[in-house]
Design a protein around this ligand. Sequence first.
Ligand code: HEM
Length: 284
Amino acid sequence: MTDTIAEPLTHPAAPAEPLSYGSYLEVPELLTLQRPRTDAHDEMLFIITHQAIELWFSCALHELEGVRDALQDERFGAARRGLRRLNRVASLWLGHLDVLATMTPAGFNEFRGALGESSGFQSVQFREVEMVSGLRDRRYLNLPGATVAERERLLSRFHEPNLNDVFTQVLRHRGLTCEDLFAPGRSEEELRDTAEDLLEYDAFFHRWRYQHWLLVARALGTRPGSGGSSGSEFLRSTLDKWFFPELHEARSHVHATPAEERDTGSGGETVYGCPMGYGSELSA
Ligand code: HEM
């Protein structure tokens, strides 16, 4: 037997200066990253709002991965705690857009020309959030403006299981369908509560799409976007995107009596790509 003498634990890269609030959070570096390209007063708000939402996208991705892993292992308590946090994060995106809505179209026009062809459409993290949540759309794999590393990240997200896949797998594993979850008298409480949290997340995300669309319609009217789309008209067409369409669809059957089922055929008719019929109100 050989005697080993324990070495004292030292951090190899211990900083010479004691850690401070500013050095730990890298505040000085952070504050060099807001660089308006014009003298327009509102450009600072525009930059900070986008950067803040990007930071929260990063936080959301972290939480989404945790929720997905917990669901995969059927740890529903952990999955629901993660979803609760995720939903609070998603609610913050709305608050950020609210602040930006104080900018008038004239204020926006003062610096709009400096944006060139850059657009939120090119946000890589936004596409990652969409993919990890439940939307797989090949068209975003070649996102304009993305670096090689970012395209690789998108490709790997595209092939990862997303929240919708994992939840559906858990149901299948237990021999259940989405309809079973909401059927009266069923006892899968933890699964049903998790489904409600997922639907709440879907609703928050949808509210972001809707509020962003309103903001854009107000700032641009019917003018095209800097990313080359038709602008608010294009964004309106994204309002029928949902992460958990089967869960929405299943709710159409919750309180259906046999008579209702007879009247509406199979029930749950898909309108404007959205099983809950929200789209029909918007397109009215
Ligand atoms: C006055 C403020 C804003 C205007 C006028 C605006 C305008 C637009 C327009 C016109 C598009 C469609 C693509 C294009 O042609 O450019 C778009 C897409 C997008 N914008 Fe904004 N935007 C604003 C604020 C924001 C903010 C604060 C964020 C937060 C990160 C954001 C994120 C996005 C994202 C993620 C998309 C892609 C949406 C999708 O494809 O579903 N935008 N924006």
